[in-house]
Design a protein around this ligand. Structure first.
Ligand SMILES: Nc1ncnc2c1ncn2[C@@H]1O[C@H](COP(=O)(O)OP(=O)(O)OP(=O)(O)O)[C@@H](O)[C@H]1O
Ligand SMILES: [Mg+2]
Length: 370
């Protein structure tokens, strides 16, 4: 049986605003988070990530639905009674206190004996690799170091769940990478469930065991990074998780887990999808790196003829734009590997665009046609 540490059941949180009237920041959301996993809430600005985190932390109460922690309904429990801690985007450190006292603050307030405070603070400083910095003033620290103090301050309480709201947003690219690595290491070392809010899909993909993609207050898809990238459940997810090509198709046959789809006079085989049957309009989504350009059609998979209209060398890969089926543009990426003998294509070349039978995802037809 799954061991859920956090569960949201039909949770709605709405705000009344002067400008927009009622805004449903979180709209009948269901969400289950396993104990000990690195979980990310991912989505565009305004989709409800922070509100979801605040509902878990107890800074917001649901208008409808329940929040469970360890199976207990905590929907109306104040934050300090929940075994969760939050690291905010602005670290909210106390500027007049040194590193040690910033971390010890909560423990002192709860009357923890000095010897235990000493031990716990040292342990958490070690965990975030800030040993020997305990007497520095937080204002004299770099952004990355302040971030670590904020982390240590949350970890010192030994929460069951650590909530992180875009904790790396203020860091430059290099520090951000470093902190991502550190966070992952700390999560593994402590075994604490981490719930990270981010709008950076690469960050979510590289760090998480599970990702929930949010769209206008609900969970659009929940799965492993690989599921979400390779088998997006909707066009919204496919587009949000990097570059995707879309082709509108018509379903002509469904058999044995494979579906035959038609585009103009071309036929392709794609993995079937529940609910998409013969006769329906649909679309297929294919990642640029799954497309291969060749001079001859590859009979082992799907192929369509095209015309190269652009080729951009990008270092590790070359990105081609290919016009297919009249006016449609596809993006294909070839890795620039020394040992592969991909022919070089230039604008004006007639090519075949090929992809494997399992490389595309079948999606319900979207209102926006490409
Ligand atoms: N206290 C509030 N009062 C009014 N509206 C709010 C409040 N908090 C959130 N909202 C609205 O609810 C929606 C979701 O907000 P939320 O902060 O959860 O989004 P987010 O996904 O964290 O976005 P971002 O990536 O920009 O931080 C937005 O439309 C926001 O304006
Ligand atoms: Mg936010």
């Amino acid at each position: 049986m799954d061991d859920w540490v956090v569960e949201l059941r039909g949770v709605t949180r709405q705000f009344i605003t002067r400008q927009f009237g009622t805004v449903k920041a979180v709209d009948q959301m269901d969400l289950s988070i396993r104990r000990g996993e690195f979980f990310s809430l991912l989505g565009p600005s305004g989709c409800g990530k922070t509100t979801t985190l605040r509902l878990i932390a107890g800074f917001e109460e649901p208008d409808h639905g329940q929040v469970y922690i360890n199976g207990e309904d905590v929907s109306v429990l104040p934050p300090f009674k929940r075994k969760v801690n939050t690291v905010f985007q602005r670290y909210a450190l106390f500027p007049h206190l040194d590193v040690f006292e910033n971390i010890a603050f909560g423990l002192r307030r709860s009357g923890t004996p000095d010897a235990i405070i000493e031990k716990k603070v040292s342990e958490s400083l070690e965990l975030v690799r800030l040993n020997n910095m305990e007497h520095r003033h937080v204002q004299s620290l770099s952004g990355g170091q302040q971030q670590r103090v904020a982390l240590a301050r949350a970890l010192v309480n030994e929460p069951e769940v650590l909530l992180l709201d875009e904790p790396m947003a203020a860091l430059d690219q290099k520090l951000r990478r470093e902190m991502q690595f550190e966070l992952k290491r700390i999560q593994k070392t402590t075994g604490i469930t981490f719930i990270l809010v981010t709008h950076d899909q690469e960050e979510a993909l590289t760090m998480s065991d599970s990702v929930a993609v949010l769209n206008t207050g609900h969970v659009e898809q929940l799965g492993t990074p690989r599921d979400i990238y390779d088998q997006p459940s909707s066009r919204f997810v496919a587009e949000f998780m990097g570059t995707a090509n879309f082709l509108p198709v018509h379903i002509s046959r469904v058999s044995n887990g494979r579906t035959t789809v038609k585009l103009s006079n071309l036929e392709f085989l794609v993995p079937s999808r529940h609910g998409l049957n013969e006769g329906s309009a649909a679309e297929i989504s294919i990642r640029p790196e799954r497309l291969r350009l060749t001079h001859e059609a590859d009979p082992s998979g799907n192929s369509m003829p095209g015309l190269v209209t652009d080729a951009v060398f990008m270092g590790a890969c070359t990105r081609f734009t290919v016009e297919v089926d009249g006016q449609r543009q596809l993006t294909a990426e070839h890795q620039n590997l020394a040992h592969t003998a991909y022919p070089d294509f230039v604008p004006g070349d007639k090519v075949w665009v090929n992809w494997g039978h399992s490389s595309a995802t079948l999606l319900p037809s979207s209102a926006v046609s490409s």
